[in-house]
Write a protein that binds this ligand. Structure first.
Ligand code: CU
Length: 207
């Protein structure tokens, strides 16, 4: 528990002042009160849950991601990524998307500059696994499966990517990567699920 908490502290701030506060006050500290957390995640409950037990929650570090429309789509949306003891919880919401299943993945480059989203590179796959749908293992670390969009054009998915984290510089970190939403369903096929073009892209940044 202690080491988990230390990691949480290490990740949740780059601020030396907070690191010191963390180290000196131990479990009584307020990891959710990171000076950077409110700006990065105004909607995340964890940012206000100063009374929560850090050891049970283990969720101090959240990152908000705004999705950009790509490939001529009308998509809008956002994602909240939260580090948990099991991995990174991704809560992804989209609007103005055609009804049906749309593949969603974390791709390897945090660059959404290209009009077709190609600048985000391929799937984030640090372990060189085969592509698969959740909850099949192994699969790409960035494989999030499909987001199901209803007749009203909105969709939502919440999924934990096991083994992923939000640590700066860590090989399994989602920081510096991108969330991509595809035009078609991820069918689990090789190499990337036959999900077609990229209609949404969001860069995952720490602040
Ligand atoms: Cu993808």
């Amino acid at each position: 528990m202690n080491s988990l908490f230390s990691k949480t502290c290490w990740v949740c701030v780059s601020s030396l002042a907070f690191a010191l506060a963390c180290g000196s006050s131990g479990a009584g500290g307020e990891p959710a009160a990171s000076p950077e957390a409110p700006a990065a995640s105004p909607e995340a409950p964890a940012a206000e849950a100063t009374g929560a037990e850090p050891a049970t929650g283990g969720e101090g570090h959240a990152v908000n991601v705004a999705l950009q429309a790509k490939s001529g789509s009308t998509l809008s949306g956002n994602a909240t990524l939260t580090e948990t003891p099991e991995g990174v919880k991704v809560e992804l919401t989209v609007e103005h998307v055609s009804p049906g299943d749309h593949g969603a993945h974390v791709h390897e480059k945090g660059d959404c500059s290209a009009p077709d989203g190609a600048s985000a590179g391929g799937h984030f796959n640090p372990a060189s696994s085969q592509h698969a749908l959740p909850s099949n293992e192994p699969r790409h670390l960035g494989d999030l499966g499909n987001i199901v969009v209803g007749a009203d054009g909105t969709g939502k998915i919440e999924i934990v990517a096991p083994g992923a984290n939000l640590k700066e510089g860590d090989p399994n970190s989602f920081l510096g990567k991108a969330i991509i939403v595809h035009e078609k369903k991820d069918d689990g096929g090789q190499p990337t699920g036959n999900a077609g073009g990229r209609i949404g892209c969001g860069e995952i940044k720490s602040s």
